[in-house]
Design a protein around this ligand. Structure first.
Ligand code: ADP
Ligand code: MG
Ligand code: ZN
Length: 493
């Protein structure tokens, strides 16, 4: 019998707020242990939490971006358990009345658009972090109380590849939306992977096995690549799977059982008596709605549709917001958006990166820290955006060759001078006068009898060499198409 995998993901992301969820401590990564702490996030008796309104807004914004319903009443509950890195002995979370319900995420997958339904996104708080040394352990509470959003998917995912595509798409939405920096290295995104198997084509769900606390998307992929065949082998061998929790051992590349349902926690959830239920008003929700951004997939599709760009170009403009916005500013209403995209991607982007590499090297040498260094931005370019369509026009009208245009671009990037002015000043107008080009062709053939004979003998590639010689003689100004035609005509005589 053939089996298929069923996967649902619970993704935790740290929200991009200045302060923590219930107190004014900084929500910052990398500070010395236990420096961003106060009586509230240390769980001292008698303190009271004050909800961070920006975290509430970012939660609802996530719901809006994921096409969710925003319930008019939500609340916070205490999830009770003991853990050394959680001094209150409960975690505040939203149990049965979360701030967002339902929704879906669409993303590109295997040449089509895949939809994964979202169950809910609820707001909770992160816990501290334990570190185990040789003879003792330490706990850092800087992370305790950092706002954490948990986004739960329906079990709609059917493969490791799809899980990874979903996670990447979700991360794109959250970072584009300004909801989280999603820095995996800093542990800002973590996920629990729920996976079961069932006979292909059936609809009943198999026993859910949860792999806890994955902190990289590639880890999720590898864990699933191990776990799915493992489960299939068990059921095919006549065994029975039971609901359980497993841990991924990244070094050994295997999952191991941690606990089964029998010893499952009873968290004794109850509404937190220190916090009022949330009842967002129309006005408040409208304020959050005003912060909605175009989703990355929609942006990519729009670039492909409105500017007839290939998927690769649109993908670049989807990922690099500033570059995409710059392109749009130039291409809107222009005749050749694809040619403009080529200049923006192949030339502008590359030169900007080069210029910034230089700046970083110089400023680092001067002793400036990364955050104090000034980089060249698209807004500070020397040439105005219209220079790009102007350059495209010069090429398309045959006035300059593509090759010369590269030099013109380099010059306008450095000095800001208009492309037309550069062409005039340096006399770069392409020679399309066949009389003048013919003279160069004759010279090239006379100086290179070998290649000329090769071409006549049927070696087609020899023509390129001769073409190159003519271009050189013309200082790059000859119209290359014309050069090819003339050479061929002369040699075939
Ligand atoms: P819990 O209450 O234990 O957290 P939930 O029913 O809320 O479990 O589901 C948690 C996650 O597990 C969700 O992402 C859901 O889609 C997924 N899930 C639930 N049942 C299964 C199953 N049988 N196989 C795979 N994933 C599942
Ligand atoms: Mg769970
Ligand atoms: Zn605090």
């Amino acid at each position: 019998m053939e089996y298929e995998a069923v996967i649902g993901l619970e993704t935790h992301v740290q929200l991009k707020t200045k302060s923590k969820m219930w107190c004014g401590c900084a929500n910052a990564f990398g500070a010395s242990p236990n420096t961003n702490v106060c009586p509230v996030c240390l769980g001292m008796p008698g303190v009271l939490p004050v909800p961070n309104e920006e975290a509430l807004r970012l939660t609802v914004l996530t719901g809006l971006l994921l096409n969710s319903e925003i319930p008019r009443r939500a609340k916070f509950d205490r999830k009770n358990y003991f853990y050394p890195d959680m001094p209150k002995n409960y975690q505040l979370t939203q149990y049965d009345q979360p701030s967002t319900l339902g929704g879906y995420l669409d993303f590109e997958f295997e040449g089509g658009i895949q939809r994964v339904r979202i169950t809910r996104a609820h707001l909770e708080e992160d816990v501290g972090k334990s570190t185990h040394f040789d003879r003792h352990s330490g706990v850092d509470f800087n992370r305790a109380g950092v706002p954490l959003l948990e986004i739960v998917s329906e079990p709609d995912i059917t493969s490791a590849d799809m899980a990874q595509a979903y996670l990447n798409a979700l991360k794109d939405v959250l970072s584009h939306g300004g909801i989280s920096d999603c820095d995996m290295e800093k542990g800002m995104v973590r996920c629990d992977v729920n996976v079961s198997v069932r006979p292909k084509g059936t609809s009943e769900l198999g026993a859910k096995i949860e792999i806890k606390n994955m902190n990289s998307f590639s880890g999720v992929r590898r864990a699933l690549d191990y776990e799915i065949p493992r489960q299939i082998a068990v059921v095919q061998g006549g065994g029975k799977l039971i609901q359980s929790t497993r841990r991924w051992d990244d070094i050994a590349g295997i999952t191991e059982e941690m606990r089964t349902k029998e010893d499952a926690h009873d968290y004794r959830y109850f509404p937190c008596p220190d916090l009022m239920p949330l009842e967002p008003s129309d006005e408040w929700i409208a304020g959050v709605r005003a912060r909605m951004v175009e989703l990355p997939l929609a942006r990519k599709q729009r670039f492909m549709r409105d500017y007839q760009l290939p998927a690769g170009d649109a993908e670049i403009f989807k990922n690099d917001l500033a570059l995409g916005d710059y392109f749009e500013g130039v291409a809107r209403g222009a005749k050749s958006p694809k040619a403009i995209a080529n200049w923006v991607i192949n030339n502008l982007q590359a030169r900007l990166a080069e210029a910034n590499d230089r700046r970083v090297a110089e400023q680092s040498a001067m002793g400036l820290e990364a955050e104090d260094q000034e980089l060249l931005t698209l807004a500070a370019l020397k040439f105005p955006p219209v220079a790009i369509p102007e350059l495209v026009g010069l090429v398309e009208s045959g006035k300059i060759s593509t090759k010369i245009a590269q030099d013109v671009f380099a010059e306008m990037f450095e000095t800001g001078e208009q492309p037309g002015a550069i062409v005039e000043r340096k006399g770069l107008v392409q020679v399309s006068d066949s009389g003048a080009i013919e003279v160069f062709c004759d010279q090239a053939i006379a100086a290179n009898p070998g290649p000329a004979a090769d071409f006549k003998a049927g070696k087609v590639a020899a023509l390129n060499f001769l073409k190159g010689q003519v271009m050189k003689l013309s200082k790059g100004k000859a119209n290359p198409a014309l050069v090819g035609d003339l050479l061929e005509r002369k040699l075939k005589g």
